[in-house]
Design a protein around this ligand. Structure first.
Ligand code: ATP
Ligand code: SF4
Ligand code: MG
Length: 399
């Protein structure tokens, strides 16, 4: 049994504009001492997945409408709010993407930290204060004794983020969810904070879910990675495996969009063309289809389930033998992943039923304009003449 088990989590927001399908059946496991990286473009559901785990979705709009979250085998959905509050901070702590959401603007840092520590631990005021000072020092706050008297607005964004990290670590949680923990920090402090997180996992066995846009950060920190797209996990596997052998077209795009150490100076970055789907539409088919150069006719109709890359392999969800899995009908071949585009002779990405794509702006655009292309200066992939034998989509139950 993993420390955290999330199964088929579905989260929706009910807004004036309609229902936002933010998380569409996400499953993930995290073991003690393991760091799981969550990556994906803005809006793909990274924060919402974790807010749902913490039962901190903005109410009343945000709702868990399906799935299960178990922590140490306990179903969190069934816990009374008072027990959930106990668990938060003590067992599961979250470093929020926006530091101000978890700091109280009218209380000093000392009041907030001491209160947090004493709410969960039977310690005297002075002892809690000492612990707060130690934690602030650990995250690189200079003169922590003096800074305890400050209010959150006295701190810069980076300092606030460090205070928040110190507060999250105060109770030595078993699971730490770090949502973009280093974005507001300069490079030196960023390295210190990451080192601190790494020490926690190795020395104390803290499990970490690390959410970040920075693939360099996950490469150095995470044992495993979940790649998310439009509220789905589309690829999961060991970090080393995923970087060396990405098998989902979206992951291939992400990896081609980061600068490489061996890149020629001045070589352009290759953005992923197109935009993610409008999550107010219920997902039909593969959500990446409008941007995917590998798509087959089936991709427009059926959303593939997350299946082992090696068909029929036994699935391990955690640990050093975690199974590499993807949700894709037509995975790029290794040489195609390296090139960033399909190389099969005469391959034509399947046009959408009806022949046009619906852009987020609701404008009809020609199908060729929205495809993923990763070669510098390669231009959009256009339909190549000639028929081509396409691999059969594997049998799957769809999602
Ligand atoms: N309070 C809300 N009301 C309505 N929709 C929301 C709300 N919060 C999030 N969403 C929607 O849920 C989806 C997932 O959002 P989420 O914040 O999880 O994205 P993210 O992957 O964390 O992005 P980022 O990298 O920008 O932080 C988005 O489409 C977002 O617009
Ligand atoms: S090949 Fe099909 S299933 Fe795979 S990512 Fe592209 S559109 Fe989705
Ligand atoms: Mg987020």
């Amino acid at each position: 049994m993993a420390l955290l088990e999330v199964r088929d989590l579905v989260v929706q927001f009910h807004t004036h504009d309609g229902t936002v399908h933010a998380v569409n059946g996400v499953s993930l496991d995290v073991e003690e001492g393991e760091t799981l990286g969550l990556v994906g473009e803005s809006g793909c559901g990274k924060s919402v997945t974790n807010l749902a785990v913490m039962r901190l979705l903005p109410r009343p709009a945000g709702r868990i409408v399906g799935g299960q979250v178990r922590f140490e085998g306990i179903d969190l959905a069934g816990l009374p709010e008072s027990q959930m509050r106990e668990l938060r901070g003590r067992d599961i702590a979250m470093i929020f993407q926006d530091p101000m959401t978890s700091l109280n603007p009218v209380l000093t840092i000392e009041e907030q930290m001491v209160e947090t520590i004493r709410a969960h631990r039977d310690v005297r005021q002075a002892e809690a204060r000492e612990r707060a000072i130690e934690l602030l020092r650990m995250v690189g706050i200079p003169r922590p004794e003096a800074r305890l008297k400050s209010f959150p607005h006295h701190f810069s964004g980076g300092m606030r983020q460090r205070v928040m990290i110190a507060m999250a670590l105060a109770l030595e949680p078993k699971l730490l969810i770090a949502d973009e923990p280093t974005t507001a920090l300069d490079v030196t402090i960023q390295a210190q904070v990451l080192e601190l997180l790494q020490r926690l996992t190795t020395e104390r066995g803290t499990a970490v879910i690390l959410i970040t846009h920075d693939l360099g950060v996950v490469a150095g920190m995470a044992h495993r990675i979940n790649v998310m797209y439009a509220g789905f996990v589309v690829e999961t596997g060991l970090t080393t495996e995923l970087f060396a052998h990405p098998r989902h077209p979206y992951t291939v795009g992400l990896l081609h969009s980061i600068p490489r150490l061996d890149a020629e100076e001045g070589e352009p970055l290759i953005p992923i063309e197109g935009t993610p789907p409008d999550l107010r539409r219920p997902p039909v088919g593969c959500p990446f289809a409008p941007r995917c150069a590998w798509r087959l006719p089936a991709c427009w109709e059926d959303n593939p389930a997350l299946e082992p890359v090696l068909r029929g392999a036994t699935v391990e969800t955690t640990g050093p033998r975690a199974t590499h899995r993807i949700a894709c009908w037509n995975p790029p071949l290794p040489q195609e992943a390296a090139a960033g585009r399909p190389l099969r002779e005469g391959f034509v990405p399947a046009p959408p039923p009806g022949g046009t794509l619906r852009a987020p702006s609701e404008l009809e655009v020609p199908v060729e304009e929205d495809l993923v292309v990763f070669e510098p200066g390669g231009g959009p992939v256009t339909a190549l003449p000639g028929a081509h034998e396409l691999p059969e989509p594997p049998a799957g139950d769809g999602r």
